[in-house]
Design a protein. Sequence first.
Length: 181
Amino acid sequence: MGANQEQKEQQAVDESDNTESLKKTLSEINDKYVRLYAEFENYKKFTAKNKEDQLKYANESLMRDLLTVIDHLELALQHSSNKEVSDSLAEGIELTLKELKTVLEKYGLISINALGKPFDPTVHHAMSQIESDVEENTVVSEFRKGYMLKDRVVRAALVGIAKKQTLHEGSAPNKTQNQPL
């Protein structure tokens, strides 16, 4: 009977080892499953955001191309407004420009108001520095309007920004310069 008892004990040890091994394998498989599920959920969120962005900004290239039309209409309006003969032409261009801007605004195009605002490199592109008595790095001239499509910059505004005025000969001496005694 002693051998039979030993066999039973050995079977119990083997079953215990087998159970522990199965628990460990199950735990590893469960861990892999949880990680894979989390990765899949992240992937679903990522693709949903990409799809949303594609739909939201689908017209961006169209908007960018139409901006040159706006620029040309604005230039024509500036040049024609100086002549009496072209009053009706200027009025027609102005109405056309207004209608075009209204349609583009309907689809999310927003003009960037630059004049008098602090320089912001995310929406402005500095073309020059202009001596001025206004606060430094303030936009003092706008060479070309900038536009945004919803919350994305389609075209940065081309601007001139203020810089401190430098003193010229004949003006009051600069306090930081050395004066002869």
